[in-house]
Design a protein around this ligand. Structure first.
Ligand code: ADQ
Length: 743
């Protein structure tokens, strides 16, 4: 209604002003036309009566002339007639000739354009016509017309015009209101979808079909994006990303909203050791990255309760507060049966999706029984998310390939939730992904997310290509969004990282002390050089290729035999899977072979430690080593590379890094190698062992600068800021006042 008035009132005013100007104009114009008609009529009458009049004058019977004039003036419009033989004479006139008309004053009607005379009857029009008789003498005939009919006509015309303008105003108002409503809705829904990032991808509807708005909307969309990017880079350049900064962002941008993390692996595992309960931190890049975020954000972390004492320490809602020494957030444990764990975790996730997404030459195995468990467990976790949500629109951070279906399942229950899914492993090209028998379900599940994150742009591209290939979804490569069933998912690159600065206790011990302790604990002589590899014992990490490179180094540079040892600390992982058991056997056999070939003076060439280590032990190795060798055959990011850089606050040490890791894109100052090329890797190891301290420092300084700036708080902060922007947009657009103004 308000909208209608906004359009109609000004329109009415304009039309009224128009009527006010036009009606007098029309009045004037009509009068002029009538006067001209009367003039013509007067000439006609004068010419017609001239002869009979002269005849009657010649007869000299004045009475007859009066009769004659009375007869003529029966015409309704001809009011009076007068005849002046000369200026001095009295007019011979019909009954009503106005007294103001005198024969000696007729010139006034001839010399002026104003022929009007007012009378009690109304306006009269006076025309004087000269009559010339046969003798050549001139007399004057005065014709007085009644103009009151013109006034009547003018009144009628005004009335018609008035009604005409009223009708016009009504019609124009109706049309204007209709067009304004349609345009306004079109604009609003266009702008709404732009703000949601949908652009003009949605099916045109009755209100948004106006094709002429499309170019404008596209420009507007581009402008909004440019402004956002500008704003973002300005904002980001001003933020030093720390735990405090992240906390502050959460409070300012998300007003402390409900944050729920979902992952398979839990950040703290309670294990029974005899009578005691031990708390273990799992070897997992995902946990390494997310744990500091949860410390900063609080909230709830939902994960599989996999520890032998996990059930013993939870409350009635299956929750436990962590970290144990300084609780900052809650773990909500979800219990799985061994069938569920086998099918969902070992089966579909780790024998299917893991090899599918990594190009590590291990065939994926897909079984329908595993798939059924994967669906069921995703549903179980989705229920846990819904039960943990304190509001209708929590922020849910879904982690990794274990939960590809969960985003859509949560979306169905909590349509207003902001779901950020992060895929920690690579995404293959569409041809490779096509192997998965449930590819459509997996992609569609992920598209339940509001934001879907990958480490690199390459993985984002692969995902968008895959969606384009296999789903009837709309893909916009400019905004990098995919829309399925009207729900938009932004596909974004968020390169993961580690906490910066590293926890103080991790770097508390001096580098010299670390060297001495590591040599002593591994029975290595003083001055012995150490290289390090730190991984889960996974075939994607290229541990076999790494050991082959060490073997090649010792073959090609025998001077290192007995002076250098490579220590591989490998956390056991997924040991229930045959491929992992085979892989472990191969790694063990290769280490033994190398040691048999090259060990001298009691110092082995390779030390293989297949066991879990606490982070401070891992950091001790990092600090003691001359180099760290990361040789993944394919890796999402690889946090070990970044941890090594973070551990070297002494500016020493060399990172040898596979070109097939996400980290290689961020750390070009590392020695970048192809892990399949043993000679190249061996040369890099030699270079690392002989690199001048100054060069080590230069490279390390640059890499530390990058990890410091692009740390895990930035990774999480960036995602949460994007989520906050999305939430603000949808709240503004769904605000009741906005809705009202649209109605
Ligand atoms: P991961 O495959 O687990 O991560 P990575 O990123 O290197 O690989 O992280 C491994 C983590 O486990 C590191 O924090 C490391 O310190 C720790 N770790 C390794 N071996 C250990 C051991 N023996 N004992 C104790 N701790 C050990 C997945 C993806 C990666 C991606 C991360 C984060 O495969 O590509 O970088 O998630 O997204």
């Amino acid at each position: 209604m308000r909208l209608s008035l906004r359009f109609v009132l000004p329109l009415m005013i304009v039309l009224a002003a128009l009527a006010y100007t036009v009606i007098p104009l029309v009045d004037k114009l009509t009068l002029r036309w009538f006067v001209r008609d009367i003039d013509i009529r007067a000439s006609l009458i004068a010419n017609t009566i001239k002869e009979p009049l002269f005849e009657k004058l010649a007869d000299g019977k004045k009475g007859k002339i009066s009769e004659f004039f009375a007869h003529i003036t029966q015409d309704e419009r001809l009011y009076a007639l007068g005849y002046c033989a000369s200026p001095e004479s009295k007019p011979l006139a019909s009954r009503y000739l106005p007294a103001a008309i005198r024969c000696n004053d007729l010139d006034r009607w001839l010399t002026t354009d104003d022929h009007l005379l007012s009378s009690t009857r109304g306006p009269l029009h006076v025309t004087v016509k000269a009559l010339t008789d046969d003798a050549g003498s001139t007399s004057q005939l005065v014709l007085v017309h009644d103009m009151s009919f013109i006034e009547r006509r003018s009144e009628e015309t005004k009335q018609y015009l008035f009604y005409f303008f009223i009708a016009l105003a009504a019609i124009v108002s109706l049309i204007t209101v209709a067009i304004a409503q349609l345009s306004w809705r079109g604009w609003v829904s266009g702008i709404r979808s732009l703000l949601r990032g949908e652009g003009l991808l949605r099916e045109p509807t009755a209100t948004t079909s106006a094709a002429e708005f499309k170019p404008i909307a596209r420009d507007l969309q581009r402008l909004i994006r440019e402004l956002e990017t500008d704003q973002r880079s300005r904002d980001e350049s001003q933020i030093t990303w720390t735990a405090e900064a992240l906390r502050a962002i959460l409070h300012s941008e998300l007003r402390g909203e409900d944050v729920i993390v979902v992952s398979n692996r839990e950040p703290y595992i309670h294990q029974r050791r005899g009578d005691r309960v031990e708390v273990q931190r799992p070897a997992s890049g995902l946990v390494t990255a997310l744990e500091p975020i949860m410390r900063a954000c609080s909230g709830t972390w939902i994960a599989h309760g996999s520890g032998s004492a996990d059930r013993d320490v939870v409350d009635r809602q299956d929750r436990v507060a962590v970290p144990p020494d300084k609780p900052a957030y809650q773990i909500r444990r979800v219990w799985l049966t061994s069938d569920e764990e086998d099918g969902y975790y070992y089966g579909f996730a780790n024998e299917g999706l893991w090899p599918l997404c990594h190009i590590a030459h291990v065939r994926p195995t897909f079984r329908s029984g595993d798939w059924a468990q994967y669906v069921a467990v995703n549903r179980k976790f989705a229920k846990a998310v819904v039960s943990e949500a304190k509001t209708r629109d929590p922020i849910v951070l879904v982690q990794d390939y274990h939960f590809a279906l969960l985003p859509r399942m949560v979306r169905e229950e909590l349509p207003e939730a902001t779901i950020i899914t992060f895929w920690h492993i690579p995404w293959p090209n569409p041809e490779s992904f096509a192997i998965c028998p449930w590819r459509e379900e997996v992609i569609s599940g992920l598209l339940g997310s509001s934001i879907l994150g990958f480490h690199t742009q390459f993985h984002c591209n692969n995902f968008v290509d895959t969606v384009d290939r296999f789903l009837e979804a709309r893909v916009d490569r400019e905004s990098f969004t995919a829309s399925l069933g009207g729900k938009l998912t932004a596909v974004r690159r968020y390169p993961i990282s580690i906490a910066w600065p590293p926890e103080a206790e991790l770097v508390a011990k001096s580098v010299e002390q670390c060297r001495a302790d590591i040599r002593r604990s591994n029975d290595l002589p003083a001055g012995h050089l150490i290289g390090i590899g730190v991984d889960r014992l996974d075939y994607t990490k290229g541990i076999i290729e790494r050991l082959r490179a060490v073997e090649r180094l010792l073959e090609s540079k025998p001077e290192w035999i007995g002076r250098f040892t490579f220590i591989q600390i490998a956390a056991p992982t997924r040991s229930g899977i045959e491929e992992y058991q085979n892989h472990e056997s191969q790694v063990r056999a290769l280490s033994t072979r190398i040691n048999t070939r090259f060990s001298q003076h009691g110092a082995p060439a390779v030390i293989l430690k297949v066991e879990h280590h606490e982070p401070r032990d891992v950091y001790q190795y990092y600090r003691a080593a001359e180099f760290c060798f990361v040789s993944s055959l394919h890796d999402g990011m690889n946090l070990v590379a970044k941890e090594y850089v973070a551990a070297r606050d002494d500016g020493r040490g060399v990172l040898v890094l596979s070109e097939f890791t996400g980290a290689a894109r961020e750390l070009p100052e590392a020695l970048i190698v192809n892990p399949y090329d043993a000679d190249q890797c061996a040369a890099a190891l030699h270079l690392a062992l002989t690199m001048a301290p100054a060069e080590q420092r230069d490279r390390m300084r640059l890499m530390r600068g990058l990890v410091q700036e692009f740390n895990v708080y930035r990774w999480a902060g960036r995602m949460l800021l994007d989520a906050a922007t999305m939430r603000r947009r949808s709240r503004v657009l769904e605000h009741p006042s906005q809705q009202r103004s649209l109605s």
